[in-house]
Design a protein around this ligand. Structure first.
Ligand SMILES: [Zn+2]
Length: 702
């Protein structure tokens, strides 16, 4: 409310305010518009959404026009422009949140109707040449001491450039066409893959053929057969079924059938060869990405991808992957040999998952479900809050909830020990109908300073755990406890920020390959005996987790970790080299590069008809192009950062304070590598991750 009435002094376009005021009258009584500092979640009805969105967009369009007319932009102008997105988020944030946690057909309809309006406004903002020029002009007047502002403007200018704003004439049009074509090709890639996956099914009336498959898979297969009026069982090729067959089916023949179908999807091979073939699309996608990158001044698409990431050169990424591969491959090869010895024969490609699973069961005998009684949610949550309180000298206290969307939602305030408020967060932890699956942290309100008033940040922490039943609390598996800590790591990043510009506060504006650092960092605590001693106690007897269970749990973290590592490295190196080495005269060289990468990295057998690239949707369907490496990159950062705590004691306050100051507080206001070096005193190193995964260090340092 304060934000909307706030008017920049000396505004040359005061008449636009009058328009906004009349729109406000029309919007009266709409809780999305007339809320206080926090959204009025329980008052929002689907019919409020579209009027509120149209209202806020009209208001912000006027604000944007005012900003475009400012002749000499200063810091006040910068804050005004920042406020445009904040204001839109104030309306649209609660809508997207409710659509995820309490959806209904009417809400979804309203959401889908408004999404294009929001997207269109965002695109127009990102393509606005006047704004681009104003940012440029403002950059020239920024002094060396205004580092935060400098970084904010640099990031904005970067995004304008990556969006093609600086292009003129034909090039500009071509750039737009290329992206449009790419969007269509990437969607077609996904569609082909879906069609190819759906095209396959395996029907059998022989129960013996399905020996070993989990009951739930068999039930699904039986139901599917009945649905289709067929006898016996029908298995589809969706990922859970495929993984179940490869890991559990006793019949090598069945595993082979599924392997062949899976690795030849959307290709020129296998049972549906030539149908929905993604091969030609891959070539086209790579060519267009290369062209787009060159249009905005990069040598390759890999360079364009790195423009928004922490890794600052392709060579650095390639060296990073090579280095990890060199150190992991011998371990992976030994693990594969161990599996072959266990199987008593040479392994075919469709045997590896099967014998891995058998060996896992034999060696570990660990059923995740057995651990649930030791992880009652209230204790885990209290332990998490105590840990965070101790580390960062904070107090977490449940507060009487403002408006919430469901009675099980809780609200907490985070303050310094002297009572200074830091932020607050909503916690919505239980699965229920009409709630999206998975777990996530989202920004409800970003930290900002509008006029003299500081708005503290507010986060959403959402999971999908089993709800409590009667007197029995919600009981977590260990990996669910890990998930909770992970999401809380994101929340800390959002809440402990000290940046007052929303676009670079908290997780906003943080390099893409560094944003998982705080979350993966927090996961490590759930593996430490010091922490488990506090959070893992039987919900009825209070008895701590037995030491043999603790031991098996630890071993499960490193079990066959080498094989897992080289598999991820193969994907990452293939993706990155493909985008970095693309040259129009040579073409995409998809199969050559993959063969070279496998030669170097991989240890498991691969069939010659395997067409893995045709199914690599992460990279050819969208977001992870020349960015798949960032999964491993973030793991390295997190493990290395946590190692600093291992060195000085996991509860060490000084280390935690340095981590808070260097990493958690700076948001996107600082280069991520500089921030890391500030914390660790050196660039990131691989050793901690290799130790954590149980991958031994090589004896010679070459
Ligand atoms: Zn995450």
């Amino acid at each position: 409310m304060i934000q909307r009435l706030q008017n920049a002094g000396g505004d040359p376009a005061a008449h636009a305010e009058a328009g906004a005021a009349s729109a406000a009258t029309y919007a009266s009584g709409n809780p999305l518009i007339e809320s206080g500092p926090l959204p009025a979640f329980n008052a929002v009805r689907p019919e409020h959404i579209e009027p509120a969105v149209r209202h806020v967009l009209a208001e912000q369009r006027a604000a944007l026009e005012r900003a475009e007319r400012v002749a000499a932009p200063g810091l006040e102008w910068l804050r005004d422009v920042e406020r445009i997105n904040t204001e839109i988020h104030r309306v649209w944030g609660p809508v997207t949140h409710l659509n995820s946690v309490l959806s209904s057909p009417a809400l979804r309809d309203a959401f889908n109707r408004c999404l294009p309006l929001i997207t269109e406004f965002g695109t127009a903002l990102g393509q606005n040449e006047n704004l681009y020029r104003s940012y440029g002009a403002l950059r020239d007047s920024i002094t060396e001491r205004q580092q935060v502002e400098a970084q904010l403007i640099d990031l904005a200018l970067r995004d304008f450039r990556l969006g093609g704003v600086a292009l003129v004439g034909e090039q500009r049009q071509r750039f737009r066409d290329v992206w449009q074509k790419l969007a269509a090709l990437q969607a077609a890639f996904e569609q082909n893959l879906m069609d190819a996956t759906d095209a396959f099914q395996h029907q059998t009336q022989d129960r013996a053929e399905l020996e070993g498959l989990p009951e739930i898979v068999l039930e699904r297969a039986k139901a599917l057969a009945t649905e289709r009026g067929a006898e016996g069982w029908v298995l589809r090729l969706d990922a859970p079924t495929y993984q179940a067959v490869l890991s559990h089916a006793e019949s090598a023949k069945l595993r082979e059938t599924f392997y062949v179908a899976w690795v030849t999807r959307a290709s020129d091979q296998g049972p549906h060869a030539g149908r929905s073939d993604n091969g030609p699309l891959i070539d086209e996608i790579l060519a267009l990405r290369h062209e787009a990158a060159q249009l905005v001044g990069f040598k390759t698409y890999a360079e364009l991808s790195l423009a928004t990431k922490m890794a600052d050169s392709p060579e650095l990424v390639i060296d990073f992957l090579h280095d990890l591969a060199r150190r992991s491959r011998p371990v992976a090869a030994a693990e594969l040999q161990m599996l072959a010895d266990y199987a008593g024969r040479t392994l075919e490609p469709w045997d590896v998952a099967f014998y891995s699973e058998r060996l896992r069961q034999e060696r570990l005998q660990l059923a995740e479900e057995e651990l649930r009684p030791y992880f009652p949610l209230p204790r885990v949550l209290a332990g998490l809050f105590d840990l965070v309180g101790d580390l960062f000298d904070l107090v977490v206290a449940e507060a009487s909830p403002p408006s919430v969307w469901h009675p099980t939602v809780k609200y907490y305030e985070l303050a310094r020990r002297d009572g200074t408020p830091v932020g607050s967060f909503y916690v919505d932890l239980f699965a229920r109908p009409n709630k999206r699956g998975g777990a996530w942290m989202d920004s409800c309100v970003s930290r900002s300073r509008i006029g003299g008033e500081r708005q503290t940040p507010v986060a959403h922490l959402v999971c999908n755990f089993n709800p409590p039943v009667g007197e029995t609390p919600s009981l977590l598996t260990h990996s669910e406890a890990v998930t909770l800590f992970h999401e809380f790591g994101h929340a800390l990043h959002h809440l402990l920020t000290e940046v007052d510009y929303p676009s670079i506060a908290g997780v906003n504006g943080v390099a893409w390959d560094a944003v998982e650092l705080p979350s993966q960092f927090m996961e490590n605590f759930v593996w430490r005996p010091e922490v488990l001693g506090a959070i893992a106690r039987h919900y009825q007897t209070g008895e701590p987790l037995p030491s043999d269970k603790l031991d098996t749990m630890k071993r499960s973290r490193t079990f066959l970790a080498g094989l897992g590592m080289v598999r991820q490295l193969e994907f990452a190196l293939f993706d990155f080299r493909l985008h970095h080495e693309y040259a129009p005269e040579k073409g995409a060289r998809v199969h050559e590069i993959l063969a070279e990468v496998r030669q170097e990295v991989s240890v498991v057998p691969v069939a010659s008809y395997n067409r893995f690239p045709n199914t690599f949707a992460h990279v050819f369907g969208g977001g992870y192009a020349a960015g798949y490496y960032s999964y491993k990159w973030a793991e390295v950062l997190a493990a290395d950062a946590f190692a600093a705590f291992e060195e000085s004691g996991v509860f060490d306050r000084d280390t935690a304070e340095r981590f808070r100051r260097a990493i958690l507080s700076v948001g996107g206001s600082r280069n991520a590598l500089d921030a890391f070096i500030d914390f660790r005193g050196r660039p990131p190193q691989l050793d901690a991750l290799l130790r954590q995964s149980g991958i031994a260090l090589p004896t010679s340092p070459q």
